[in-house]
Design a protein around this ligand. Structure first.
Ligand SMILES: Cc1cc2nc3c(=O)[nH]c(=O)nc-3n(C[C@H](O)[C@H](O)[C@H](O)COP(=O)(O)O)c2cc1C
Length: 188
């Protein structure tokens, strides 16, 4: 298995679980092997925001791990991956990642991604932002992570929420060099 075909996906408990779902769908379509961890708070947003069961969500990935499974493959740097996307990324998970607080498998896998100098993309979702939020984003950026707030691009004239989610999820995969078919692009 080539490492460019393996992606870790974390889903944390910010609103917008649709972003994580779409990342999984697009990665599967692109032939990428996905390794998923969903936090307990994200299981709550899944129940509020989607009609998916926990089992449905787990089945969207090739491998799904329990957040408490700190000995899972993705907790080790020797398990090679192209990188990790956290979609959506809560402020709690962002803060834990910013301070290497490896308190569950999502934050541990993110820390491993940073320490191995692999691509880490955080689709942070909160507004308005406090200085603590901004400092955590700065810390992650200084360590080489990419903070990608879930902000729509209106110049593409989205006609639905799905269009907005598709574009953001596709751009997140772009950041890992994963080719997403039919992603609307300016000038193309
Ligand atoms: C419906 C709902 C929406 C939430 N939206 C956000 C949000 O947009 N951003 C955020 O940082 N936290 C949000 N939270 C709070 C997080 O779920 C909470 O801070 C949790 O501890 C995050 O844990 P996790 O990072 O382990 O998933 C929301 C919670 C609920 C129940």
């Amino acid at each position: 298995m080539s490492i460019t075909q393996r992606l870790v996906v974390g889903i944390s408990g910010a609103t917008g679980i649709a972003y994580g779902v779409r990342v999984l769908e697009l990665a599967r379509k692109a032939g990428v092997e996905t390794h998923l961890v969903v936090t307990p708070a994200a299981q709550q947003t899944r129940a509020y925001e989607t009609s998916l069961s926990a089992r449905d969500l787990a089945a969207m990935a090739d491998v799904t791990y329990r957040p408490a499974d700190i000995g899972a493959a993705i907790a080790s740097g020797s398990f090679r991956t192209a990188g990790m996307i956290v979609a959506p990324c809560s402020i709690r998970s962002l803060s834990a990642i910013a301070h290497a607080g490896n308190d569950n498998l999502l934050t541990r896998a993110a820390d491993v991604t940073l320490k191995e100098r692999r691509r880490l993309v955080l689709l942070v979702r909160e507004t308005p932002l406090t200085l603590a939020h901004l400092r955590a984003m700065t810390a992650v950026t200084e360590m080489g992570g990419v903070v990608m707030p879930t902000v729509p691009a209106f110049y593409l004239k989205p006609r639905s929420v799905d269009d907005i989610v598709d574009h953001t999820a596709g751009r997140a995969l772009d950041l890992l060099g994963i080719d997403v078919a039919d992603l609307p692009r300016w000038g193309e």
